[in-house]
Design a binder for this molecule. Structure first.
Ligand code: NAI
Ligand code: MG
Length: 488
């Protein structure tokens, strides 16, 4: 554990290591595919490894599903849809979903530790954010299952059929919950693929779903790389595609399903503006900036990665921000004191470092938090860039790491123009003392989610999704349910 001196304290002191125990975790050495209610070997016989990015150690081998396996999974999902799930009383369906949520809660400690091991995110985050939110999504949508007629009054509600779902590596279990829970509540069956670097909590979820006694084929969980995802997207008998990931793959998916009857929701990248007005509560705003960009190592599609500070307060904001960055503890994600864990993969660290180099080469001024970088594992210190322009590459492109650009503005109109001048439109944050300013800005910012005097707040009841190249469709709340139903 990298110890950190607290620079703000009058007396220098260190935190003692406080690692979460892994003794209660028993990972299998090899995981198979969960298809038709059984754990089955991949037809190719191939497996690939998932690593702990904090230590570079191998955690387990997982099955590599090919087209044949995808076909098996879709057939199982179709059979379960036609014969069982679409015919079942909605109140019965709800009981299964509640059961999944409860077993997840029972195994929450295990889920949190495995999420941290496999993804590199801090235990504080997986324990206090990812896992409870994932459980809450199942609880919330379980509640809707037998109330669809109230969700969509005066309409006849029907499920879509088989949903093919592909999720990323930044919130592995939470994204699985966002996808599976509303699909099941609305009466659909599921084939889902977790990301290749973070498959393990989805495989534990397969065990939980099995334990909950869901009829075989209602949820199929298959692991693999991009080609496995593409096989789901291109399968003729899938009725809906739900994807979260990069804008590049989102575009490929959109092309692949054009002209087919498949419905889609795409939740893609972002470059969200976090706006500090001159009347903002500065200390809270600084915490909001930290949370906006350094939460989950910045691997957050709605990260507040473009900071806009009104000119009158920029000096004090940047000074306080740097001081706060120096107190952040980077290191062992399993340590309960750690603020910044490991970057998810070697590849992603290379992407982030490429952008940091571009920032420096383009003439921006860089500051990095004073952290001790562990020898093993993939880490990136919290990084900010000033002296950037609207046209800078690091202002325009999604970095997906703990890297913030800071720009200034004088008037509200100016910041609205700058904030909206991006191909993305996922989220934004506004910090000000005045409600009128909040309403003015929030109606003019082109972003799916806007937080006022807070950032990165999530709740199952509130819809989430983007504009423009950030994708379309909403997840969470009633909106999330409507993405899985046909209304007549
Ligand atoms: P990605 O978009 O390639 O991966 C996301 C998921 O899509 C994974 O499960 C992957 O196996 C699957 N996939 C890949 N190619 C596919 C295809 N042709 N058809 C169907 N599924 C496919 O993201 P990647 O390569 O891991 O990250 C690259 C960049 O994407 C990151 O640097 C970041 O900027 C962005 N990203 C954004 C996310 C977000 O939530 N907005 C999540 C993950 C990455
Ligand atoms: Mg991993």
């Amino acid at each position: 554990m990298a110890k950190k001196k607290n620079t703000q304290a009058a007396v220098e002191w260190d935190y003692s290591p406080s690692p979460e125990s892994t003794s209660h975790i028993e990972l299998k050495s090899k995981y198979d595919l969960y298809i038709d209610g059984k754990f089955v070997k991949p037809s190719s016989g191939k497996y690939f490894a998932s690593y702990n990015p904090a230590t570079e150690e191998k955690l387990a081998d997982v099955a590599y599903a090919n087209e044949k396996d995808v076909d098996k999974a879709v057939k199982a999902a179709r059979k379960a849809y036609t014969n069982v799930w679409s015919k079942m009383e909605a109140s019965e369906r709800a009981k299964y979903i509640f059961r999944i949520a409860r077993i997840m809660q029972e195994r929450s400690r295990e889920l949190a530790v495995v999420e941290t091991l496999d993804a590199g995110k801090t235990i504080r985050e997986s324990r206090d954010v990812d896992v409870p939110l994932a459980c809450n999504h199942f609880f919330y949508y379980a509640g809707w299952a037998d109330k669809l007629d109230y969700a969509f009054p005066n309409r006849k509600v029907e499920p879509l059929g088989v949903a093919g779902q592909i999720i990323p590596w930044n919130f592995p279990l939470l994204m699985a919950a966002w996808k599976i829970a509303p699909a099941l509540a609305a009466g659909n069956t599921v084939v889902i693929k977790p990301a290749e670097t973070t498959p393990l909590t989805a495989l534990i979820l397969a065990e939980i779903i099995h334990e909950a006694g869901l009829p075989p084929g209602v949820v199929n969980i298959i692991t693999g790389y991009g080609d496995t995802g593409a096989a789901i997207v291109n399968h003729d008998d899938v009725d809906k595609i739900a994807f979260t990931g990069s804008t590049a793959v989102g575009k490929i998916i959109q092309k692949a399903i054009a002209g087919t009857g498949k419905k889609a929701t795409l939740e893609l990248g972002g470059k969200s503006a976090n706006i500090i007005m001159d009347d903002a509560p500065i200390d809270q705003a600084v915490e909001g900036i930290i949370n906006g960009i350094f939460f989950n190592q910045g691997h957050v599609c709605c990260a507040g990665s473009r900071l806009f500070v009104q000119e009158a307060v920029v000096d004090i904001v940047v000074k306080k921000l740097k001081r706060r960055m120096d107190t952040l503890i980077l290191g062992d994600p399993l340590d309960k004191n750690t603020d910044i864990g490991a970057i998810n993969s070697k590849e992603q660290l290379a992407v982030i470092n490429k952008y940091i180099k571009i920032g420096i080469d383009e003439g921006a001024e860089m500051y990095q938090g004073k952290c001790v970088i562990p020898e093993k594992g993939y880490y990136c210190p919290p990084t900010i860039f000033t002296d950037v322009a609207q046209s800078s590459t690091i202002v325009q492109e999604e970095i997906f790491g703990p890297v913030l650009t800071i720009q200034t503005f004088r008037t509200v109109d100016e910041v609205i123009q700058k904030a909206n001048n991006t191909p993305y439109g996922l989220a934004a944050g506004v910090w000000t003392d005045k409600g009128s300013r909040i309403f003015n800005l929030t109606t003019k910012l082109r972003a799916g989610v806007i937080w006022a005097n807070t950032y990165n707040k999530f709740d199952p009841t509130s819809p989430f999704g983007g504009y423009k190249e950030s994708g379309f469709g909403r997840e969470g709340g009633l909106h999330g349910l409507s993405a899985y139903v046909k209304l007549k």
